[in-house]
Write a protein that binds this ligand. Structure first.
Ligand code: APR
Ligand code: PHB
Length: 389
């Protein structure tokens, strides 16, 4: 089998790249390790930057996002009894769209099916070969058969645990990592959100976040020790702790209900440099991970895809491979800025067990700056709605 771009990974990165390339007549094949049902069962944030929404429109997959997505023009930050609203619209003239990642992925799969594009599910032993030649190829097991795909390029969109990043020689890779001494315990409940907009709260007891998927489906998080397990928290204990951490007005109006999903995720930052090697290009979680505090995981995957899409277009339509050669450098410039923002939001709003008194005071001063300086709020707002691509 032969294609122009072989895409490893059928998550948001791989699917968005495949759909964008299809709109310009460039062939792709997507190889996904799990079943479609499993991919669509993942519960993940959906705070979409302007740039992401524009790419979904360019891919021809923005219709449901436009009809079902919630426009959010601001967000509330609360810290130790004080709170303020960051008015994205007033500060930047832009907003974010709340639309679950599951729905994004569903829309992209539906579009791929409608276009009749080849997707292999439940692929095993995916291996990348001859990446440093003009004829790279992929081998994998599908339905028990050894299968080979020849391609011009390989897009490694296979997430943090996929094989693509490892296909870059260890002697070439430079990996950066920062781990945080806590996790997020998340609960999904079929209850109306406590607020029309998101609330990020940093209390003496730890961080909490009030978010949502739609007007009838709420998503809440509380910072928890890494030693915790979801079963350590029954629903009532979770709701009581959430109320202790949210601003009082929100705590008093919170509507609780049975959790329909409860899980704990660790927080970490990770970047792999470079993001390309020969004919392989990494996108999204395959190359970088951010703590969820700034809602940048999905959005940074999208900016990678945007850069790679444009670079491949210039190669195929104009015979110009300059942008392909500069892909990693271009993508990393924006990635490090989103890493900074995600680290800054996490440091501002979480309790750190071993934080010095000096560091605690400077974190409180950071919040005071936001309260007193429109310039400080502007910087937060332009990072949250999305830095330019
Ligand atoms: N072969 C084929 N597919 C693989 C392999 C493999 N060996 N290993 C992993 N995959 C698949 C996974 O099953 C997953 O569906 O690659 C896909 C990677 O998708 P994501 O992990 O969602 O990563 P990405 O598409 O870059 O999207 C980033 O996902 O994890 C969130 O917070 C992150 O929102 C961000 C988004
Ligand atoms: C979510 O709704 O899951 C969510 C929203 C914003 C974040 C992180 C997670 O920063």
């Amino acid at each position: 089998m032969r294609t122009q771009v072989a895409i490893i990974g059928g998550g948001p990165s791989g699917l968005l790249l495949g759909q964008l390339l299809h709109t310009r007549g460039i062939d792709t094949v997507v190889l996904e390790r799990r079943s479609r049902e499993h991919v669509l069962s993942r519960i993940r944030a959906g705070v979409l930057e302007t740039g992401f929404a524009e790419l979904m429109h360019e891919a021809g997959t923005g219709e449901r996002m436009d009809s079902d997505g919630l426009i959010h023009e601001g967000v509330t930050l609360a810290c130790r009894g004080r709170q303020l609203r960051i008015d994205f619209e007033a500060l930047t003239g832009r907003h974010v769209v709340i639309y679950g990642q599951t729905e994004v992925t569903r829309d992209l799969y539906d579009a791929r099916d409608k276009a009749g594009l080849p997707t292999f599910f439940e692929c095993a032993d995916v291996s990348l070969h001859d990446l440093n030649t003009d004829t790279p190829h992929i081998t994998f097991l599908h339905e028990g058969r050894e299968t080979r795909i020849e391609s011009d390029f390989v897009a490694g969109c296979d997430g943090f645990h996929g094989p693509s990043r490892q296909a870059i020689p260890e002697s070439v890779r430079h990996e950066f990592e920062k781990t945080y001494p806590f996790g997020w315990l998340g609960v999904l409940s079929e209850t109306p959100p406590v607020s029309e907009e998101l609330i990020y709260a940093g209390s003496e007891r730890g961080f909490a976040l009030a978010s949502m998927r739609n007007p009838g489906l709420s998503r809440y998080y509380i910072q928890c020790p890494l030693s915790n397990h979801p079963d350590d928290w029954d629903d009532d204990e979770f709701w009581q702790e959430l109320k202790r951490r949210l601003p009082q007005d929100a705590a008093e109006t919170l509507i609780t209900g049975p959790s329909i999903e409860k899980s704990i995720a660790p927080l970490r930052s990770f970047v792999c440099e470079p993001m390309q090697w020969g004919r392989l290009f990494l996108c999204g979680d395959a190359a970088h991970i951010v703590p969820p505090t700034g809602a940048k995981g999905l959005n940074t995957a999208a900016s990678d895809v945007g850069y790679l899409f444009r670079a491949l277009l210039r190669h195929y339509l104009r015979g110009d491979s300059t942008a392909l050669g500069e892909y990693s450098e271009t993508a990393l410039r924006r990635i490090w800025k989103t890493q900074r923002f995600s680290w800054w939001m996490t440091t501002l709003l979480h309790s750190f067990p071993d934080r010095s008194e000096f560091d605690q005071r400077t974190a409180e001063a950071e919040f005071a700056m936001l309260q007193e300086s429109e310039a400080a709020r502007h910087v937060l707002a332009e990072n949250y709605v999305g830095l330019p691509y």
